[in-house]
Design a protein around this ligand. Structure first.
Ligand code: FES
Length: 106
């Protein structure tokens, strides 16, 4: 699977979350400062959508369905130790933000 260009760096504000769907897979991309973090937007409990489009300045995320909690920076589940959200590699090349769904980094 080829990496996917999702937009220019300037199109993401700090703290902003944008939602995408690629090949029926929901992906949330969060800009945190100069970093971009991409997760499969699915809770590890029963796959509820975890993130909404908008802004997030908190590093703790609570699932709206049954309250499982996650560290948004690391993707670690705070409710069930040892579980992690699926996180995909994100790179920036020539001002383009690129998500690589074939490169699962956790
Ligand atoms: S689906 Fe997220 S806590 Fe149940």
């Amino acid at each position: 699977m080829k990496p996917i260009k999702i937009g220019k760096v300037r199109e993401f504000q700090d703290g902003e979350i944008k939602l995408f769907k690629f090949f029926a897979k929901p992906i949330a991309v969060w800009r945190k400062g100069e970093d971009f973090i991409a997760y499969e937007n699915a809770c590890l409990h029963m796959r509820a959508q975890l993130l909404s489009a908008g802004f997030c300045n908190s590093e703790k995320l609570t699932c709206p369905w049954h309250g499982w909690q996650y560290n948004l920076v690391t993707g670690s589940c705070l409710t069930k130790e040892g579980l992690y959200l699926k996180r995909f590699a994100v790179s920036v090349e020539n001002d383009e933000v690129i998500v690589d769904l074939s490169n699962l980094i956790q």
